[in-house]
Unconditional design. Structure first.
Length: 349
């Protein structure tokens, strides 16, 4: 008969290994219970791992679009607030022109001009609004202030108007000689002025904005305009009406010429109101499309997430039961290890 000896150290090491494995398995099960998915998806799914990766990529892409849509919505909301202010300013200017229609009283004309100056100031502030470091009405040139201040010192637009008036009539608009201007000559000047606002002169003297607006992808297959710009017809009409009012409304011109000037100012101010409100409507359509796209995105994310649950998901109840069983085994192993550590001949000598 042969006797074999097993040291208590070997037994202790075996128990430690059992405890270590049990602890690792418990951590894995805890992760699965909390997340609801396999702790090691690749190991659990094997060949189906590619399906899991593809579905997770789809969810991430849809979530990125949804997050991007929130930024676009903020831009559109800020743009709408600015456009509302511009529309109110255009209405204020139109009412000022209508209020002095057929009038030659210097005080009334002065007050009306002051109202127009105030409207232009508000318009300039609104059109140069920025959000998140981007100018809202600069088109794709969103790092450049779109519109210069006509009433600021050294204004290129103001200098261009003065030069055009002098070239046409041979004197300034404040000169008493303006009283000799005929209706026909003034109408010709106003027509030329309107043409300059519709040409490259606008971009030279007034605007640094791009005609190309920012587009944003709001779903996998849908792109919308998410901005407007300072070069639209409504914006130009506002500036043109304001210049006519500021420079010519209370100039020393005849009553007949003033009537012509006022009629042109009313026409362009009305066009400004219509044009700006049209831009508001266009951005409103984009806001509505984004809202609907977000609903669709949320539905798609929920559907794919449910499918992911089928692919990657674990039974939380089963995992919890297994974890409780393992915890009991680990606890038993701790007790056995403690008993083995007490197995020493020294305790019996």
């Amino acid at each position: 008969m042969k006797t074999s000896f097993i040291s208590n150290q070997a037994m202790q090491n075996a128990m430690r290994l059992t405890i270590s494995r049990g602890q690792n398995e418990v951590q894995k099960l805890q992760t699965e219970i909390v997340t609801g998915r396999h702790a090691d998806v690749g190991l659990a799914l094997g060949a189906q791992t590619s399906t899991s990766v593809r579905l997770n990529q789809d969810v991430a892409r849809l979530q990125n679009i949804r997050d991007s849509n929130s930024i676009v919505t903020q831009r559109l909301s800020a743009s709408q607030a600015s456009l509302s202010l511009m529309s109110d300013s255009a209405q204020q200017m139109l009412e000022a022109f209508i209020g002095v229609k057929g009038a030659d009283d210097a005080n009334r004309l002065f007050i009306a001009r002051r109202d127009v100056e105030s409207a232009l100031d508000a318009f300039t502030v609104a059109i140069n609004t920025s959000a998140n470091g981007e100018y809202l009405f600069a088109g794709i040139n969103n790092n450049i202030k779109p519109l210069d201040d006509y009433q600021a010192a050294g204004s290129a637009a103001k200098a261009a108007f003065d030069a055009a008036f002098f070239a046409k009539f041979g004197h300034t608009q404040t000169d008493l000689a303006a009283g000799a201007i005929s209706v026909t000559d003034m109408q010709d000047f106003l027509d030329d002025l309107e043409a300059s606002f519709a040409s490259v002169d606008w971009n030279t003297n007034w605007s640094s904005a791009s005609d190309v607006n920012i587009s944003s992808r709001i779903s996998k297959n849908e792109v919308v305009n998410s901005s407007t710009n300072a070069n639209t017809a409504g914006m130009r009409s506002f500036a043109l009406a304001a210049v006519i009012g500021i420079e010519l409304m209370n100039a020393p011109i005849s009553s007949e010429v003033r009537t012509t000037v006022n009629a042109a100012a009313i026409k362009h101010a009305g066009s400004a109101v219509t044009g700006i409100d049209s831009e508001r409507s266009g951005l409103g359509v984009s806001e509505n499309r984004i809202s609907k796209a977000n609903v669709a995105l949320e539905s798609q994310i929920r559907i794919i997430t449910l499918h992911l649950g089928d692919v990657e998901g674990v039974d939380a109840y089963e995992a919890s039961t297994r974890m409780n069983s393992l915890l009991a085994q680990v606890e038993t192993s701790y007790k056995l290890t403690a008993r083995i550590q007490q197995m020493s001949l020294m305790n019996y000598l």
